[in-house]
Design a protein around this ligand. Structure first.
Ligand SMILES: C[S@@+](CC[C@H](N)C(=O)[O-])C[C@H]1O[C@@H](n2cnc3c(N)ncnc32)[C@H](O)[C@@H]1O
Length: 248
């Protein structure tokens, strides 16, 4: 049974409208950079209940949603009304499809992946020549994490390319699903090693601070996202980094 079969992922999104919309802002920008000739087929790896499907369903002729949790696949089938969707069960590291895609999207999945190069190589194999990948990963070196490391006197934090395991000791003991924050330098190396060249990077959910979310209207935070995502990626500021990369 997949982890998300017994987790209420739809409920997770209640109260996270800002984070969801910040991701939409980023995806609008990245899809806007993909040429029209590369807009036939898209594969969403770890599609969940299809939260992001409305952003791409009308941009592509056909869309495949790959997901290990049958519960989430069933939710997506019930919720999504588009005619151009196909659903597949599978894991990012090991799925095998006969089709090659123009674009692969994978958001909020890399934090469950230990062996990122294998995951990226399998995706690369399923892309057409010069196809595009939109990859989101949880950023180990986000501003808050750097501040914490500074206070703890952890001077090697930035240099250490190993991913940070975000699970509690109890969850590690019970071997629950991984929650890894990846180092941006390592992700860039893994992308290169897996046959990708980075086109654009965006820093997303930059204002995910409880005090800001409480007192600043979401519309203003999102305006900040629109303006700052590109710049803040240069300093790996936010908790989430979106990358547009092209198959070499
Ligand atoms: C946090 S959810 C994100 C879902 C969706 N991409 C979104 O942004 O709403 C993580 C998803 O990744 C899926 N997942 C977990 N391990 C995976 C793997 N090895 N390969 C592909 N998907 C995986 C989970 O079942 C879950 O649907």
């Amino acid at each position: 049974m997949a982890f998300y079969d017994h987790y209420n992922y739809q409920r997770y999104w209640r109260g996270r409208e800002y984070e969801h919309e910040a991701e939409i802002v980023a995806l609008e920008k990245l899809f806007g950079q993909i040429p029209l000739k590369n807009r036939q087929t898209i594969l969403d790896v770890g599609a969940g209940f299809g939260r992001l499907t409305p952003i791409y369903a009308n941009r592509f002729v056909s869309c495949v949603l790959l997901e290990p949790s049958q519960k989430l696949i069933n939710q997506a089938k019930r919720k999504l009304q588009y005619q151009n969707l196909e659903f597949k069960s599978g894991q990012g590291e090991s799925f095998q499809l006969k089709t090659k895609f123009d674009v692969v999207l994978t958001v909020r999945v890399a934090h469950h992946i230990q062996d990122l190069p294998s995951f990226l190589k399998n995706i690369n194999h399923h892309l057409k020549d010069n196809g595009f990948l939109i990859l989101e990963f949880a950023n180990k070196t986000n501003f808050k994490a750097c501040l914490k490391a500074l206070f703890e006197g952890n001077w090697s934090f930035l240099k250490n390319l190993a991913s940070t395991d975000r699970r509690s000791p109890a969850n590690i003991n019970q071997e629950t699903i991984l929650f890894l924050n990846h180092h941006p330098v390592k992700v860039r190396e893994d992308l290169k090693q897996s046959g990708f060249e980075v086109v654009t990077r965006l820093s997303v959910s930059n204002f995910r601070w409880p005090i800001l979310k409480k007192f600043v209207p979401t519309g203003i935070l999102l305006r900040g996202e629109k303006i700052l995502q590109l710049f803040l990626a240069k300093i790996n500021f936010g908790p989430s980094i979106f990358i547009l990369a092209q198959k070499q």
